[in-house]
Design a protein around this ligand. Structure first.
Ligand code: NAP
Length: 277
């Protein structure tokens, strides 16, 4: 078997077109505030990527630099952005200054504007089955499965990774779709055994080649969230190339989850603008 490659870029283009159509009906320009408390190059690349996608959707991006700010200063800036009537979505980028915890500062993002689901309240609401923005990457996992018409009710799904950004919220979203979810992590005793029975396998670790063909049930759908830089300046996921011989469908890296993530972040901003009180 050779796995069908899932075209994340095509899904992203569809999401962008739908979000742009919705943005055009709002009578207000949806606006995303991006707080950047770092001078990290990869973060700058991400900001440019968000700006490019935002332009296609019709979302205005307000970038605020806060390099060198303390945790308390970042919290004050996030409070101010959350309180601004002209801002509909707020995100705080990482890496944060050492000693500053994302959950602590993100608690200062109004959940109604928390378009990347970083406030612990958003995760709690998600767990409670209440309306909330999920982190865009976790939402992208579900969006891809839905757009690919992968049945989830009653399906066995294994998620490798339990971070609050990807693994945990993805597991909650999958559970809400009635999947039977197993969550694995670095202390999982028999990873292969937990993966081999999965109809859908989600890898969100950050370790190139972790998911080898022997971990995959023949015909399974494999969603590769991992992004691992290669020495040549490229990017690979967590899934080994040999998996294409076993899986039924697979998201590539790049061109899979990452493309959909940015589109969904912007769709969340449009939704937040449409719900503004
Ligand atoms: P993270 O916070 O470092 O979490 C990694 C998770 O993997 C942890 O739960 C960890 O377990 C688990 N893990 C580590 N080694 C393992 C092993 N050998 N076997 C099983 N589980 C293991 O990373 P993250 O923020 O969730 O991101 C995960 C990956 O997704 C990274 O490659 C990141 O770059 C990528 N990512 C992609 C996007 C996108 O848009 N495409 C967005 C965000 C992140 P413990 O909890 O026990 O430590």
């Amino acid at each position: 078997m050779t796995a069908r490659l899932i075209d994340g870029r095509a899904h992203a283009a569809a999401i962008i077109a739908e979000a742009a159509a919705m943005a055009g009906t709002l009578g207000v320009t949806p606006t995303l505030a991006v707080l950047v408390p770092t001078d990290d190059e990869a973060t700058d690349w991400y900001v440019r990527n968000v700006e490019r996608t935002a332009a296609k959707v019709g979302v205005s991006v307000r970038v605020e630099r806060a390099h060198g700010a303390s945790g308390a200063e970042i919290a004050i800036r996030l409070d101010a952005l959350s309180g601004s009537e002209s801002v509909h979505g707020v995100i705080c980028l990482t890496p944060l200054p050492s000693g500053v915890n994302l959950a602590d500062v993100a608690a200062h993002i109004d959940p109604a504007k928390d378009v990347d689901g970083a406030n612990p309240t958003s995760l709690g609401r998600l767990a409670a089955g209440l309306p909330a923005y999920a982190p865009a990457t976790a939402a992208a996992v579900l969006e891809i499965l839905e757009r690919e018409s992968v049945p989830l009710a009653g399906a066995r799904v294994t998620v490798i990774g339990r971070s609050t950004v990807v693994g945990k919220p993805a597991a909650l979203l999958l559970l809400a779709q009635h999947a039977t979810v197993t969550v694995c992590h670095s202390r999982t005793k028999d990873l292969a055994e937990a993966c081999r029975s999965a109809d859908v396998l989600v890898a969100a670790v950050g370790q190139a080649g972790l998911v080898t063909a022997d971990l995959v049930k023949p015909g399974a759908v494999v969603i590769d969230v991992g992004t691992n830089p290669t020495p040549g300046g490229g990017l690979v996921g967590d899934v080994d190339a040999g998996v294409t011989e076993v899986a039924g469908a697979l998201t590539p890296v790049p061109g899979g989850v990452g493309s959909v993530t940015t589109a969904l972040l912007l769709r969340h901003v449009v939704t937040a603008a449409s719900l503004r009180g």
